[in-house]
Design a protein around this ligand. Structure first.
Ligand SMILES: [Zn+2]
Length: 300
């Protein structure tokens, strides 16, 4: 009796190159301040500095009320931190804050869309990366058990005595075991095929993700663009906002420009609002920002 149960199991999970696109500070930016009148005389330390909303490009998809609310939030950050009103909404006399739409905002929106798409790929990829090796290992164990049973049966068959007293009963039993093993082999093969399909799907998803990263218009980290600008010329202040990827970023940018409007210069601490480059660490005014304000206003 011969058994032609042969299974070839390829359980090498060859994952394609899986490189996470480092989540750089997309939307990171620097801005400049016109240094023309950046001196203590330009500082506003006593009387509140008025601001008002100027041009709001509709392409930003912000209502005037939303823009004023966000600007007010940034102003309140300074007012609360310092404990007095440094900045005041003055719709008639305040200095102008413009929202100017250009390619910068389009680039930020594109980056945000890319990040969202990559996140979706990652959600699809992660479970497979975690589970597939485990499932292949489980299948390996089952195959080892199967091979053991097969070897045992082969041994019993080789020891089978056709002329023994209960030979017919033994033969039937061995045939039943053989049938059972064939069914088991079929089932194992189905499992293996399913895992290979899962693996192919995973590899294809990873390939698509890598392709998206490669073809995407990634931000040039060496040359981040300005998202806000404060100009002070002959005591005339003007703030221009060019781009933002979230309300949090926008408020941080406005708070930063307000700092310049008051007369404060950049701080070296990356988590401070007055750091020269917008980054995710900037949430609130820090001790460094307050020191910068104190030193600005003490020189008056
Ligand atoms: Zn600045």
């Amino acid at each position: 009796m011969s058994f032609l149960i042969r299974l070839t199991f390829i359980v090498i999970v060859a994952f394609l190159g899986w490189r996470f696109w480092t989540q750089s500070n997309v939307g990171s930016s620097v801005e400049q301040i016109t240094q023309q009148v950046m001196n203590p005389k330009a500082a506003y330390c006593q009387s509140p500095l008025g601001w008002r909303l100027g041009n709001l490009d509709p392409a930003f998809n912000l209502t005037e009320a939303q823009a004023i609310r966000l600007i007010s939030t940034a102003a309140e950050m300074w007012n609360n931190a310092v404990g007095k009103e440094l900045l005041r909404h003055d719709p008639a006399q305040g200095f102008v804050i413009d929202f100017k739409f250009d390619a910068r905002q389009q680039q930020l929106l594109k980056q945000r869309l890319l990040q969202r798409n990559l996140a979706r790929y990652d959600e699809a990829i992660q479970p497979g990366l975690q589970n597939l090796p485990e499932k292949f290992a489980e299948l390996d164990t089952k195959i080892a058990e199967f091979n053991q049973q097969k070897a045992q049966l082969q041994q019993q068959i080789s020891q089978f005595q056709p002329n023994a007293q209960n030979a017919e009963a033994q033969r039937r039993q061995l045939e039943q075991q053989q049938q059972s093993l064939i069914r088991e082999a079929d089932w194992l093969e189905q499992q293996r095929q399913q895992l290979l399909r899962d693996q192919n799907y995973l590899n294809e998803t990873i390939r698509q993700r890598n392709e998206l990263v490669q073809t995407a218009d990634l931000p040039t980290e060496t040359a981040p663009f300005e998202v806000g600008l404060m100009t002070i010329k002959q005591q005339q202040r003007q703030m221009t906002l060019f781009a933002f990827s979230s309300e949090t970023d926008l408020v941080a940018t406005i708070a930063h420009e307000f700092g310049h409007a008051i007369g404060i210069e950049h701080t070296p601490e990356p988590d401070s609002i007055m750091f020269h480059q917008l980054n995710a660490q900037q949430q609130q005014l820090t001790a460094a920002d307050l020191r910068a304000w104190q030193s600005t206003c003490q020189t008056q």
